[in-house]
Design a protein around this ligand. Structure first.
Ligand code: PLP
Length: 381
């Protein structure tokens, strides 16, 4: 193993501004539970995304769970969900006892295929059972084709939850990613573009739903001095200390987007002329935060597979990863219904087979990135 310092896929990148807000929480002894940082972070996050309201919680997964609950998803219900994603998009469907149906990607954004979604809706119509919600994921920072997806979902009257855990700060047709559905979800997990060490948010223009989200996230306590509860609640709220980190991070979000895009550009310029290598495309009229630089490698052309590259980089103490393993291939979801992009073409299967993500941290130095590029160049020869 190479003894140089390990280069990670994506690490927290603090700005120094976080400590001011954390200190405020300490000075006021407002450590927990809620408090001024939580209120301010919610306001600032809503404003950044031009939304009426945001509710911050302790994870992105919790935010998805709350969104499903607010849409009354329960047992016997079906939820459509992107297949090519991290398991956190789909687990909350199971928390609610509902059944997922997975939808393939299309090749232009790697996100939910409107064509496959259409087939899933037609099938649902035939079966006489429509989904209660559709969870659309924006992979690695790239927005899905929201216009087409929303048109389909609206025509069937089914609400959309936009899992924008990876696409905070990205845009689609000039509008912030995560603001297209009934609910948008962000994550502040340690590997995301900004982090609170762990945390998440639900955004919506429906202020009354977000009021309900805050109530459900604090154990669903009724208006009474004594502790009275009429329905199941959760302990999902974000602490006031953590929210202070979020406020400092949000101030540098645009800078982080620019830095991640610069990382992408360097990889792109190095590999763009190599036959068999293709980068995750950026849809016209959209701007990806390029959270992770993702690309596919066709071993028939390059002579090496993405798995061999990942292994080689690991020996050089560099962390690279395959593209997410699609949900319809997970043992957890064996037997679950799946709609491919084309009858004979499952796009997410191909992306999983040929795709990899390279270290993309906004705090990665140029020398480290050049080391990664040089190792890959050598290996391709
Ligand atoms: C990170 C992530 C989540 C979950 O966020 P947590 O804050 O880790 O719970 C959900 N969906 C996607 C696509 C993610 O990448």
């Amino acid at each position: 193993m190479n003894d140089q310092k390990r280069i990670f896929l994506s690490t927290p990148h603090m700005s120094g501004k976080e400590q001011k807000y954390v200190q405020e929480a300490f000075d006021l002894n407002w450590i927990a539970p809620l408090g001024s940082n939580v209120d301010a972070f919610e306001l600032e996050l809503a404003k950044y995304n031009s939304m009426r309201d945001a509710a911050v919680v302790n994870s992105g997964t919790a935010a998805i769970h709350l969104a499903l609950r607010l849409l009354n998803v329960g047992q016997k219900d079906i939820v459509f969900c992107s297949s090519l994603t991290f398991v956190a998009s789909a687990n909350p469907i199971l928390y609610q006892g509902a059944t997922p149906v997975f939808i393939d990607s299309e090749p232009e954004t790697w996100n939910m295929s409107p064509q496959a979604l259409k087939k899933a809706f037609e099938d649902a119509k035939k079966e006489g059972k429509f989904p209660k919600a559709v969870i659309v994921v924006n992979l690695y920072g790239q927005s899905a084709k929201m216009d087409e997806i929303l048109a389909l979902c609206n025509s069937y009257g089914v609400p959309v939850i936009e899992d924008a855990a990876e696409s905070l700060g990205s845009t689609y047709k000039g509008q912030m990613s995560g603001t297209f559905g009934k609910f948008g979800v962000f994550s502040f997990n340690g590997n995301k573009i900004i982090t609170t060490s762990g945390g998440g948010a639900l955004v919506s223009n429906d202020e009354s739903s977000l009021k309900d989200a805050r109530y459900l996230a604090t154990q669903a306590r009724d208006q009474a001095v004594h502790y009275q509860h009429s329905e199941i609640g959760f302990n999902y709220r974000m602490s006031n200390v953590i929210a202070g980190i979020g406020r400092g991070q949000l101030e540098v979000l645009d800078e982080r987007v620019a830095q991640r895009r610069t990382v992408f550009e360097r990889y792109y310029n190095s590999f763009k002329n190599i036959a068999g290598i293709k980068f995750q495309p950026e849809l016209e009229e959209s701007k990806s935060n390029r959270w992770l630089t993702a690309l596919t490698i066709d071993p028939q052309i390059t002579g090496v597979s993405c798995h061999e590259i990942i292994e080689m980089l690991n020996k050089e103490n560099i962390e690279a990863r395959p593209v997410w393993k699609p949900m319809h291939l997970q043992p957890l979801f064996e037997g679950v219904k799946y709609f491919p992009h084309d009858k004979n073409n499952s796009v997410s299967d191909c992306l999983f087979e040929y795709g990899l993500c390279l270290p993309s941290g906004s705090n990665m130095c140029v020398e480290d990135q050049e080391r990664i590029i040089a190792h890959i160049m050598d290996f391709l020869k």
